[in-house]
Design a protein around this ligand. Sequence first.
Ligand SMILES: Nc1ncnc2c1ncn2[C@@H]1O[C@H](COP(=O)(O)OP(=O)(O)OP(=O)(O)O)[C@@H](O)[C@H]1O
Ligand SMILES: [Mg+2]
Length: 260
Amino acid sequence: MAQSQPYYEPTANECLLFEQAFKNKLPLLLKGPTGCGKTRFVSHMAHQIGVPLHTVSCHDDLSASDLTGRYLLKGGDTVWTDGPLTKAVREGGICYLDEVVEARKDVAVVLHPLTDDRRLLPLERTGELLEAPDDFMLVVSYNPGYQNMMKSLKPSTRQRFIAAEFDFPDAQTETRIVATESGLDPDRTMGLVRLARKLRDMKGQDLEEGVSTRLLVYCATLIQAGLGYDEAIRHAMIEPLTDEYDVKQGLEEVVRVSFG
Ligand SMILES: Nc1ncnc2c1ncn2[C@@H]1O[C@H](COP(=O)(O)OP(=O)(O)OP(=O)(O)O)[C@@H](O)[C@H]1O
Ligand SMILES: [Mg+2]
């Protein structure tokens, strides 16, 4: 049975942009805070376009050969094994590199020929030069919020992508998302969304990141499961944000003022 399309609520014209990028073979960079819908968007669009999705969560140890592949020992023989990027280039589909700035510097070297008009992936170890098929698309994402200078993309890398900025949706859209994801009724959800927006205003002063849509979904899910508001808010909208006693007090004050 075909899997149903992952639910995604558009917040602007991002779906059209994605489709155009795919059709015109333009690589796409998505930036935005944690939990605002980037990953969900990409899986929704892969389903919409009808191509496979190859996702790689990048980390600071991820190297070019983790993406391209390597020789592995199999029953006494060494056998070349494609990495996820090579697999996507061979099979077609969307290759999504999540948190790409975390990856090691040599990753840029394999991305560069793939993201200009050559669309080539050279595999030094096997001597192959793969040309990306028409239905191959590279999508990368990162969160500019907690990057330091060392961890931003070089202009020569970022200027190979068209880019879209994601942010938390307006209150009405976010209510629809959270209600749909959690099953909590929209009226009760609206109150939580309003609270989250107030908590987000405190970002920057003491907080690295504001309450994400993801945390709002968690909070509404707990309430829908029967937890009290106080408890659900504490575990989903306060504790995940900070360890600092004073900051927590500040957040709790906002909750008290909003919910009485
Ligand atoms: N526009 C949206 N439509 C539907 N669900 C959404 C949307 N935005 C956020 N969500 C909900 O928020 C959750 C987190 O979104 P997602 O995992 O896509 O965030 P992300 O931007 O990839 O975060 P991170 O940078 O931490 O990986 C989703 O699982 C989904 O429940
Ligand atoms: Mg993600």
